[in-house]
Design a protein around this ligand. Structure first.
Ligand code: G3H
Length: 496
């Protein structure tokens, strides 16, 4: 159960504490933030509402701790990360339970998220040891006008304090995807969890605490975005921001100082289906890609662009599979579970109503009970409908029938998003040409979009983000290159 056993010290009364200077603390605000269970729509947990003064203290501690951590040998950093990964996996059940209660993720997927996170942390340790264990060596005479009088040695050094802000849909996994790279690279961390998912995040942080990381190196601040959000992201003590979430990221990037930013801000991933595609494969991937975790993934298939000649057949196949999706509470491992909040459900309903007014074909009857929305496939969607462009982040998927491949590519590229996309065809030449033409960070050929495996590069173009993630890229992003140049009195040539 949440907050019990080894996790007993992270809760005080009925409010979960925040984590700073290696200790679990109560905020001086005396206030808490409630976390609503999306299924029951009742208060499930409470977390501390931290103050700006507490943020200041945490930043100071993180700065001091980072200086010592940067001097900790790489193998030792890796050893602690491996330990944290093992503890995390050992406690997959209570952390998974938090995910079920806070974000209504199906029980099985909740546990998978924790295990995947442990694996990610271990991989960061392995990759960091190799990547940061080497630098480069340059000689000056390759540039015109120079003799070999200069040797340049480069290495990667930490940035300092990394501010990590994960989203509600992967509060554990997308937190450790920032924590792991930051720590192995010698940075300290201030983590600001999303409100929904904060308690799972706090449990995950306790696993790092139990692993024995130095005091002040990892800190986790909870509270209201209105009180500490801008204060954190604009704080002069922050040396890097890694954010995953919605368009708040655009506002953050406008306000942040001259620091490296890593942003992943959603998508409208298109699934382009050609005439020669294996339609059974497409249908399975549309179900997996469009409806897993009720469509609340930035990499979900969010619009199907299918050639008119195969559209009827494909829609029938998808309809048959939608009919088999189970709908209900996450505890029962249903395929479709309540979306994260009432406002989210209202937003999705707004998109559905707009599509209805403008004449989309409803393949199922629209049904909603509280935050639970039944899976819905909308056929014959046209570009004048909001759902053709906006991301519902829910179990509602539009199908647009296209007359040519160019039409599909045009729709995909007209989006303000550019995260991933996919193309289904048996013709690899066409697939490659379409992939090249799609303005997205990744194109999957014959499979639904997905971020993993977690060492693959992961990036969005346009409003989908800044920078590239994936373990290797994140480690690189959370370091800067430092050069030392040795100037020789006379040219020196090898064996010369
Ligand atoms: O929601 C955003 C995530 O980065 C998507 O990750 O493809 O593993 O579901 P996923």
């Amino acid at each position: 159960m949440a907050g019990s056993g080894v996790f007993a010290e992270i809760i005080d009364g009925d409010v979960f504490n925040y984590y700073a200077d290696g200790e679990w603390k109560k905020s001086s605000s005396g206030k808490s933030v409630s976390i609503i269970n999306p299924t029951t729509r009742k208060v499930q947990y409470k977390v501390q509402a931290c103050t700006q003064e507490e943020v200041n203290k945490v930043m100071e501690m993180a700065k001091v701790a980072q200086k010592a951590w940067a001097k900790t040998p790489l193998w030792k950093r890796a050893e602690l990360l491996h330990k944290a990964a093992a503890i995390l996996k050992e406690h997959k059940a209570p952390i998974g339970e938090c995910l079920v209660k806070e974000i209504a993720k199906p029980a099985k997927d909740s546990v998978t998220e924790v295990v995947r996170s442990g694996d990610l942390v271990s991989y960061c340790a392995e990759e960091g040891v190799r990547l940061l264990g080497q630098g480069s060596f340059l000689v000056s005479d390759s540039f015109p006008g120079n003799e070999r009088t200069k040797y340049c040695l480069t290495s990667k050094v930490p940035l300092g304090v990394v501010l990590a802000i994960p989203p509600f849909n992967y509060p554990v996994n997308l937190a450790v995807s920032k924590i792991g790279p930051a720590l192995i690279a010698g940075n300290s961390l201030v983590l600001k969890p999303p409100t929904q998912g904060a308690v799972a995040c706090l449990h995950m942080v306790h696993c790092f605490h139990l692993a024995g990381f130095p005091k002040g190196l990892i800190n986790c601040i909870t509270g209201k975005g209105s009180e500490i959000g801008d204060f954190l992201t604009m704080h002069p003590g922050v040396n890097c921001i890694s954010f995953t979430g919605g368009d708040t990221g655009i506002a953050i990037s406008k306000k942040a100082g001259m620091i490296p930013l890593q942003m992943e801000l959603g998508g409208k991933d298109a699934c382009i289906v050609l005439e020669d595609a294996d339609l059974d494969l497409v249908a399975s991937n549309i179900i997996k890609g469009g409806f897993s975790y009720s469509g609340q993934r930035c990499t979900a298939v969010k619009v199907v662009l299918v050639m008119e000649s195969v559209a009827d057949t494909l829609v029938e196949k998808v309809k048959a599979k939608v009919a088999k999706l189970t709908v209900g509470p996450p505890e029962d491992n249903c395929d479709i579970t309540p979306v994260v909040s009432e406002s989210s459900a209202n937003f999705i309903e707004g998109l559905v109503n707009d599509a209805k007014q403008k004449g989309a074909t409803f393949c199922q009857e629209y049904k909603r009970d509280g935050n639970l929305i039944w899976p819905l496939l909308l056929d014959n969607v046209r570009p004048d409908m909001r759902i053709a462009w906006e991301e519902p982040f829910g179990p509602v998927l539009p199908v647009i029938r296209i007359g040519s491949i160019e039409e599909g590519i045009h729709h995909c590229n007209a989006s303000n998003f550019g995260l991933q996309g996919c193309v289904f065809t048996k013709d690899i030449n066409k697939a490659m040409l379409i992939s090249d033409a799609m303005e997205t960070g990744t194109v999957q050929i014959n499979s639904a979009p997905a971020r993993g495996p977690d060492h693959f590069p992961f990036q969005g173009l346009k409003d989908s983000g800044i920078g590239s993630q994936g373990i290797t890229n994140s480690i690189n992003m959370m370091t800067k290159v430092k050069s030392t140049v040795i100037n020789l009195p006379t040219p020196s040539y090898t064996m010369g």
